[in-house]
Design a binder for this molecule. Sequence first.
Ligand code: IPM
Ligand code: MG
Length: 367
Amino acid sequence: MTSYSLFLLPGDGIGPEVMVEVEKVIGVFEADGSARFDLDHGLVGGSAYDAHGVPISDADMAKAQAADAVLLAAVGGPKWDGVPYEVRPENGLLRLRKDMQLYANLRPAICYPALADASSLKRELIDGLDLVIVRELTGGVYFGEPKQIIDLGNGQKRGIDTQVYDTYEIERIGRVAFELARQRDHRLVSSEKRNVMLSGVLWNEVITALGKRDYPDVALEHHLADSLGMQLVRRPKQFDVIVTDNLFGDMLSDVAAMLTGSIGMLPSASLGDVDPRTGRRKALYEPVHGSAPDIAGRGLANPIAMIGSLAMAMRYTFDRADLADRIEAAIAGVLAKGLRTADIKGDAATHISTSEMGDAIVAELTA
Ligand code: IPM
Ligand code: MG
C-alpha cells in the first residue's frame, strides 16, 4: 500500500491542541488498515519565529513543497504583536500560499442540522445551508506591489496596498469555480466592487467571458461584494458557489462560516495547479478559524474544523472519498449524539473538551 505523505504544521494558539486530535484519526485509519501515512511535523507562525527567527524556515518550506499535502492548524497571537512586519506569524502562512502557488481556496459553509440552533440566524434561514466560497488566494491586495508605508516628510506618513489582478489569475480561479459549480448545482455567483474598482471591472469582464466561452451550462450572476455580504446574512440559502478575490473572500468566508453556528466547524482547502510530476494538485488544508490565543491550552477549542480538513485532504488530494465520508459521518454522528465543545454548546448545560471531542470522533469511527 502506498503511504500518504502529510506535512503537519500545528502552528500557534489552539493549533497544536487540534492537530493532536487529527493524529488520533490518522491513527484509526492506520490501525484498521484503511491507509498508510508518512507524517512529518514542522513549525509555522510564531512558534517558527521563536525557534528560527522567521515564520517558516526554508527547510520546512521544502518539506511542504515535497509532501503530498500540508495540514496547517493556525498561526498568530498577541505574543508576536511586536515582531517586525516581514516576520510576523501570518507571513509564514502567506509564504506557503504564495510559494506553493495555492491560488484556489475552497471554503465550504455547511450547516449541520444538529447545530442549526447555534447560529445567530433563525433556524429556518440556515438549516440545510450548503455553499462554497472559492477565494482567490495568491493575488490581489494581499500581495500587490507597491506595499509600503512611506514617510512624506511633513509629519505625515502614507500607507499603501495595491489591489492588482491579471487576466490569467482571474481566469484560473474562475475555472476552479465553474468546474465546482458543474459538480454541484450549475450556478455561480461572482463578486467584486466594479462600481469603484477597476480591478473589479476586469474581474467581471474575465469571468463573464469565461462563462460564455467555456461554461454556458452554468448560470452566472454578479453581485457587488457589499451587497453579497448583506444577502449572505439575509437569505444565505440562495447561494451555492461564490467566487471572489482574496480580500473579499477573506471577509465573506468568515461571515459564511459564522452562519453555520461556529467558525470552529469549517475546514478549507487551498489548491494549486496539477503538478505534472505527481499528477496531484499542490495542496494545503486548514481550518477557517484562527489560533484563538484567548482560549489556547484550556481544552476549549473545537477540533472538528481541523479533523474536517483531513477529510478534505482525503477527498481532494488522495481521491479517498471513502475515508472522507467516514470522517464526515463520524462528525455528524457525535453531533447527533448531542456532544458539544464549548463554542457550539448553545444553551446546553455541559460541554466536552477538545480531546474528548477527538476521542468521541475516534469512537464513532471505530464503532
Ligand atoms: C484566513 C486568515 C488569514 C488571511 C490571515 C491569518 C493571514 O484570516 O486564512 O482567512 O487573511 O488570509
Ligand atoms: Mg480570514
